[in-house]
Design a protein around this ligand. Sequence first.
Ligand code: NAD
Length: 474
Amino acid sequence: MEKIKNYINGKLVEPSSGQYIDNFEPAQAKKYAETPRSNEKDLEVAVSAAKAAFPSWSKLTAEKRASYLRKISNLITDKLDEIAKAETIDTGKPIQLSSSIDIPRSATNFSFFADAITQFASESHTTSSGVLNYTLRQPLGVVGCISPWNLPLYLLTWKIAPALAAGNCVIAKPSEVTPMTAFLLSKICMEADLPPGVLNIVHGLGSEIGDALCKHKDVKAVSFTGSTVTGSAIAKVAAPTFRKLSLELGGKNPNIIFADCDLEKAVSTTLRSSFSNQGQICLCGSRILIEESIYEKFKTEFVKRTKNLKMGDPLDKSTDIGSLVSEPHFKKVMSYIQLAKEEGGKVLTGGNSTKGWFIEPTIIEGLKNDCKTNQEEIFGPVVTLIPFKSDKQAIELANQSRYGLASSIWTSNLKRAHQVAAEIQSGIVWINTWMQRDLRTPFGGVKDSGVGREGGWEALRFFTEPKNVCVNYE
Ligand code: NAD
């Protein structure tokens, strides 16, 4: 049975406790590897290594740091098939997704920030004759990057790459549910000759090593992606020491389908935005708001196509729907389907599970927007259909949520599209599309979906401290 190792100070090492956590292959519902259960001792070694590496790493030219990032990116691309297979076994997601989205994007995260750091610039202000203010943006030091299980390598590298590019040294904490590709990344960093201590990957439980990382006195910033509950816990422990925080949290995203939309495009994209990665993408739309006059037409077509999705072996290239990531998550999603029925919802398709932790793509109607099913994040292959009568009502329903991560609007009326986009309380709005990402744009949510933004300059600004230098040269 494979034993995953921590990556500390440039080496693969066992956890100091000698203890391991079971790691499962969800499609088989069986243990297949073990993950280090690291503790504060491991963290201490990692932080010391990162602190020791910081002076020389931060002083390298941007071009030199970029060259390491490009090497890592190229190695990920060279090993795409191997890493995609590992990601699929570890998460249960279809191989078509890991090989076309997760792993290519992980490589791009490194190459994108390699390019970005060589173009990064800062402001200067001519205050008056003889007085110039300029802003120095300096790396923070040692930073923590904590990521969830749904897009394991993709989201971990989305944090690591800008942090390293900006000159920081990193302690990364991948999800204990899906640690395998972070382990493969450790090996790639060794192959790329990344200087020891620049990146350290420490595995273990969130409540143990994750919590310790957020509290460590020498960790200057924490970039976290995960649930709103954990984000709130991190904010509490981090607040007294004033470290920088970026929190990318949960969502309950609305798709607003107006009667004047391109129905074919709206249905086929909504199919993807509902069930890609078994609905376990923070950007998936889970509340589908449909204008009353096309409700039945949309519903009939959407249900028909959902029934055609192929659920099964995630390693089979033709599979659309794989397994959920873990038994606890599987049970949580099944309990929401039960709750939806108790709240009066009618299951139009799906609702059943099969061996392993598979759940059929599920569509439910007949529920009010303010019920628990429509207010709490399910994070699985479960969506609800809700009719609306007017633009005003659509906006009200969309905004009636504690979350505000993403939304999508389907209409051929340009004026309406822009007006609704401006009214919607979410960090991202897609008009007649979904998940078309440009890595230069600000990424993040409002309300309980988080604080701070990732992506492009936003990420490089987060991972640097702006220092105002005022010069009087008269
Ligand atoms: P989670 O909050 O349970 O765990 C995320 C990470 O935090 C894991 O690495 C975990 O070990 C760690 N952790 C847990 N407790 C901790 C603590 N007390 N201190 C420090 N670290 C701790 O989330 P999850 O179940 O892995 O992921 C699913 C959630 O992530 C969903 O809510 C989803 O919406 C959210 N998500 C958000 C985005 C976004 O960009 N907004 C993207 C993907 C996923």
